[in-house]
Design a protein around this ligand. Structure first.
Ligand code: IPE
Ligand code: IPE
Ligand code: MG
Length: 251
């Protein structure tokens, strides 16, 4: 069953630990460059941050963690780097899946997997199936993901299943077809590496997400960095179009 919980119709409190955190893991290349290492060394090191941040999210009781690992535009990178990223994805998943399953995580990949090697796709599907009945953190990797692709594929699938719908569909008709139909919209978005842009990540879902940008490069991002981001989130007032006074009246 898919669920449609739009943050624009409810008021989740920002005082709590965010229920859904979405992260653009950026800055691996620059981390490596600063150390006169090849870019791929930064990607390798980034896996360690991924592990630390995931563990800390479990400790904090975060329910959904969604990480941007490879964008639909990242194919434009040098061929060698793209194939390294693919093999890193494979080896990291192969190595970590046992632990993810043991830690009760629910693993999913969102994105267009059709250009991926069938071995990698099989490994991903297998990992998803193995963790399907777990009840802990929803751990999602966005791979060959693009926010525009997501919206288009949702519209196409909706129209294929409901050709009668014509032009009379609304947000709640489309939402079940979006890749993240199993999750509430992110409460907190984090981008490491200093850039202040969305880079075609979850365009639909980030409509009312609190945005947090840090200069810390992804390989240096750790549990303390995550705490800082959450503290920033907790200091904000989420209004979703309302006035401050309306929010006070509600509490
Ligand atoms: C993010 O780090 C990882 C991916 C996009 C796969 P980058 O590789 O973009 O690192 P910078 O931005 O070049 O430092
Ligand atoms: C965004 O990072 C994608 C991922 C982290 C997977 P990029 O480094 O590709 O983004 P741009 O190109 O600087 O916007
Ligand atoms: Mg980058």
């Amino acid at each position: 069953m898919s669920l449609f919980r739009s943050s624009t119709s409810e008021i989740p409190s920002s005082k709590d630990v965010p229920s859904h955190i979405a992260i653009i893991m950026d800055g691996n290349g620059r981390w490596a460059k600063q150390r006169f290492l090849p870019r791929i060394a930064g990607h390798q090191r980034g896996v360690k941050s991924l592990r630390n941040v995931t563990r800390h999210c479990v400790e904090l009781g975060v329910e959904y963690l969604t990480l941007f690992a490879f964008s639909s535009e990242n194919w434009r990178r040098p061929k060698d780097e793209v194939s390294f990223l693919m093999s890193l994805f494979y080896s990291a998943l192969e190595r970590e899946i046992e632990q993810l399953a043991k830690d009760n995580l629910r693993f999913r990949v969102i994105g267009d997997l059709s250009p991926f090697d069938s071995r990698l796709v099989n490994l991903i599907r297998d990992a998803e199936n193995r963790t399907r009945n777990n009840t802990g953190l929803h751990f999602t990797i966005a791979a060959n993901y693009g926010g525009r692709w997501d919206i288009l594929q949702a519209v196409r699938r909706m129209l294929a299943e409901h050709p009668e719908i014509g032009q009379s569909f609304g947000e709640s008709d489309l939402a079940p077809y979006l890749s993240m139909n199993y999750a509430p919209e992110p409460d907190l978005f984090i981008r490491t590496g200093g850039e202040q842009r969305i880079s075609n990540f979850l365009l639909w879902q980030l409509a009312y997400t609190e945005l947090y940008f840090t200069d810390t490069l992804w390989p240096d991002f750790d549990a303390d960095s995550l705490d800082l981001a959450i503290r920033s989130y907790q200091s904000r007032e989420r209004r979703f179009g309302r006035t401050s006074e309306q929010l006070v009246a509600k509490t």
